[in-house]
Design a protein around this ligand. Structure first.
Ligand SMILES: O=C(O)CCC(=O)C(=O)O
Length: 320
């Protein structure tokens, strides 16, 4: 980065992030956008539930509604993951263009034990992931706010090997191995280093961005009646190796941040034919059109698709 390129505000943000491992940007997302994204999530859950969210439990369950990657089906959440204000900041803090990767919404406080994201979403070289925690309502102190440990990002990275988790152990033995080995080591670390917690009692639209190695989690929920609507977004950086250390798997950086939509496939007929929906359902035809082998999806439909029983893929969310 060239000298003089940063505004004073950007320089302050970078300094704070480097020093403390996090930065809070009040009101980065306007309240209307926050409300619309949440309403979109709830509406899609109630109408079509493509993410198989189980019915609301009778009693408080902090994991309920923490559905992975809702941005794939919920346009409002996709909009937050790709929000230019957040993406620009993460680009700045990672020093490279970022790859919007993963989302996790919460209805209630998660009570998730302290961890660093590095063990779940890892990069080589280390340090090329950041997360944005977006408050989608005012966060009440008794709702179990996000808890984090300022400065803990400067501690050595604790990955599976150092935690005594061997290759394949997590897949074979399940979450128990992570809880018993990794989470316990993090608890010991917090105690021995006497790390001091901070709590993100945010206002709607405030965003906290944390460093890859910052220890954080969900604080205890004192009042299970109070919601804690929020979205966490994770971002890898371009040009580094992106993988999941705990699972020994490469990250699907090419596709994970995409919107799939609420789709329905139906038989293509002369009456309902739609070029785009046809190409979406028939990737081989789309490829042939792109390469100039056939002029259009419709010509394919007339010559072959009709007799082959080809389908249309309709996005119910964007369909009028
Ligand atoms: O939202 C929370 O309570 C915790 C989120 C978190 O730890 C994470 O997404 O890594």
């Amino acid at each position: 980065m060239q000298a003089g390129e940063l505004t004073r505000e950007e320089a302050d943000i970078c300094r704070k992030f480097a020093q403390d491992g996090y930065v809070v940007i009040p009101g980065l997302i306007d309240p209307e956008t926050a409300d619309a994204a949440w309403l979109d999530y709830v509406t899609i859950w109630q109408e079509s539930n493509p993410f198989n969210l189980p019915a609301q439990p009778d009693k408080f369950d902090p994991t309920w509604g923490r559905t992975g990657n809702v941005h794939k089906w919920v346009m409002g959440m996709h909009g937050l993951l790709h929000h230019p204000k957040i993406v620009n900041l993460i680009d700045l803090l990672l020093g490279k263009p970022c790859i919007p990767y993963q989302t996790i919404p919460s209805f209630y406080g998660s009570e998730q034990p302290a961890h660093s994201d590095a063990i779940h979403m890892t990069t080589f070289p280390l340090g090329f992931l950041a997360a944005a925690w977006i408050a989608l309502e005012d966060i009440h102190p008794d709702s179990g706010p996000l808890v984090f440990y300022p400065g803990s990002h400067k501690l050595p990275y604790l990955l599976s090997e150092a935690a005594g988790i061997g290759i394949g152990d997590h897949k074979r033995l399940g979450r128990r191995v992570y809880i018993e080995k990794y989470e316990k080591m993090v608890q010991d670390l917090i105690r021995t280093k006497e790390l001091k917690p901070s709590f993100f009692t945010a206002n709607k639209g405030d965003v906290l961005i944390w460093h890859h190695n910052l220890l954080h989690g969900g604080s205890p929920v004192n009042n299970p009646e109070i919601t804690r609507k929020s979205l966490v977004c994770h971002y890898f950086a371009e040009g580094v190796l992106c993988y999941h250390d705990l699972d020994n798997a490469l990250a699907d950086i090419a596709n994970n941040g995409d919107y799939i939509g609420i789709v329905k496939e139906e038989l293509a007929t002369e009456e309902n034919f739609d070029e785009q929906a046809y190409l979406l359902a028939n990737r081989d035809v789309a490829e042939a059109v792109k390469n100039g082998i056939i002029p259009s999806g419709y010509s394919h439909f007339q010559s072959f698709g009709k007799s082959e029983g080809r389908k249309l893929r309709v996005d119910l969310k964007t369909q009028n």
